[in-house]
Design a protein around this ligand. Structure first.
Ligand code: UD1
Ligand code: MG
Length: 474
């Protein structure tokens, strides 16, 4: 029957539905958090398989959710915008998980590609080939397998003397001889929808784990005269699942090394010690950047060309221009730094901090929701919160924007060409006019007129510093 050319043509017309299993808790992670929400390269595990599934352009993507369903659904939506969700209320095994999608698929003539949420590195090209082979063979079920040096924990593929598929046996149910088999089930299958659900009806939980195993389906199909084919894939890493934190760490390391190698070879980035840098796969780094040991670049951060990032610095979801020097031990989150700036050591930029071109932030300076204008400097021991600082302005050591009155946050504006003296307290809301100067230790509670010197507690105008041409004319 499977060689019937008519069936083969019909098979190739069958719409593709991808079914992603993601309802399990992942007991071996020993975690309160569902396994597919654990992070790999800064993204939840489920993100990877969803994006790969989407790139196959299937007719639909169904995700089986259960443990922390709301969070898993949000993670899926963040990864691919939309998918259909089915709920598996009780986690009774992979077969039961597929059964949860029955109403969506059983009566369709879809080709169902089953993927696991915990197999993140599977590539679209591999799946494409697998699907094509399945379509061409016209069989009811194809299984993707791989050989592992250490197959412990996986379901083993049992073949007969002619190398033909016999069954899949789970680690816990396997005999000593079967445990020696190195060919494992990747948990990736293609099924004809109708046959899949008909066979699933007959799966029972008579096994060591008391679960409904999806892995029993191929054997049932074959017993009924349908053909099952196993495709042995060459790259074991690609189809390995993550079941423990040790495996998660191995994958993290693998992904990290891959990302850094690509940045060195393709983007022209120097790593002083590639084994001690942590760069998100989503980050973009420009040519001739130099990354020191112990740097973490997280999320969708971009660095322009020729930046130097010194040891112990973390940059998350931020944009950095060209030629920026970020000295040791800075934390930069959700912020933007334009070209030719210098930051740190020990600076903290967060919540949309913005440094315009050629500005400088130095030792122990924190910026929150604040903007530092072009060429301005804040070199030492300063807090800038909800502040807008103009151009060519100097913020003296120990300056604090007192932005919080215990109830609300208030803005501080410091205009161009201002000199804020050391230890000035700017009690917001307040504006310091352009060209003004505050003396050391001033507590500024009222707006400072342009081009004046203020001093004292509270600060008062001591003298007019200059007259401006444009003012005289006006
Ligand atoms: C499964 C296979 C095993 C294969 C391995 C490959 C079965 C019985 N075993 O084992 O042959 O070698 O994958 O990685 O299928 N899930 C649910 N609901 C459940 C149980 C699991 O949605 O009730 C989901 C999990 O969230 C996970 C996936 O199914 O994403 C696989 O489950 P897991 O428990 O990791 O199966 P393995 O023991 O790894
Ligand atoms: Mg698994």
């Amino acid at each position: 029957m499977e060689n019937d050319p008519l069936l083969q043509t019909r098979q190739s017309d069958h719409p593709l539905a991808v079914l992603i299993l993601a309802a399990g808790l992942g007991t071996r992670m020993k975690s309160a958090r569902a396994k597919v929400l654990h992070q790999l390269g800064g993204l939840p595990l489920i993100n990877y398989v969803c994006r790969t599934a989407q790139s196959l352009q299937p007719q639909k993507i169904l995700v089986v959710v259960g443990h922390q369903a709301d969070e898993v659904e949000s993670a899926v939506q963040l990864a691919i915008g939309t998918a259909e969700f089915v709920t598996q209320t009780e986690q009774r095994g992979t077969g039961d998980a597929v059964m949860a999608a029955r109403a969506h698929l059983a009566n369709s003539d879809a080709l169902v590609l089953v993927l696991s949420g915990d197999v993140p590195l599977i590539r679209a090209e591999t799946l494409d080939t697998f699907i094509t082979q399945h379509r061409q063979s016209g069989v009811a079920c194809s299984i993707l397998s791989v050989r592992l040096e250490n197959p412990t924990g996986y379901g083993r593929i049992v073949r007969d003397d002619s190398e033909l598929f016999v069954r899949i046996v789970e680690q816990k149910d396997a005999s000593d001889d079967e445990r020696k088999l190195k060919e494992i089930n990747s948990g990736i299958y293609c099924f004809a929808a109708r046959q899949l659900f008909a066979a699933l009806e007959r799966v029972n939980p008579a096994n060591k784990q008391g679960e409904y195993y999806l892995t029993d389906v191929p054997e049932i199909l074959q017993r009924d005269g349908d053909k099952v084919v196993v495709y042995l894939h060459g790259d074991s890493r690609e189809v390995s699942g993550i079941n423990t934190r040790a495996e998660l760490a191995e994958f993290e390391n693998l992904l990290r090394r891959k990302t850094i190698r690509k940045l060195m070879l393709e983007a022209g980035v120097t790593f002083i010690d590639p084994s001690h840098a942590y760069i998100s796969a989503l980050a973009r780094l420009g040519r001739d950047c130099v990354i020191y040991p112990g740097v973490s670049i997280e999320g969708a951060t971009t660095l322009g060309e020729g930046c130097e990032i010194r040891s112990g610095t973390r940059i998350t979801n931020s944009r950095v221009g060209n030629g920026v020097l970020i000295k040791d031990h800075c934390v930069i989150v959700d912020s933007e730094i334009e070209s030719d700036c210098s930051v740190g050591p020990f600076a903290h930029l967060r919540m949309n901090a913005f440094m315009a071109e050629s500005s400088v932030v130095g030792n122990f300076v924190e910026m929150k929701k604040s903007r530092l204008g072009r060429g301005s400097k804040s070199m030492h021991l300063t807090y800038l919160g909800d502040a807008t600082i103009g151009e060519r302005t100097n913020i003296g050591a120990g300056t604090v924007t007192c932005n919080y009155d215990g109830k609300d946050k208030h803005p501080t504006i410091v205009e161009d060409d201002v000199r804020i003296g050391s230890d000035t307290m700017l009690v917001a809301p307040v504006t310091v006019g352009r060209g003004a100067v505050t003396a050391a230790g001033s507590v500024v509670t009222q707006d400072v007129p342009p081009d004046t010197l203020v001093a004292g507690v509270p600060a008062v105008v001591k003298k007019r510093l200059r007259e401006r041409k444009d003012e005289k004319q006006g």
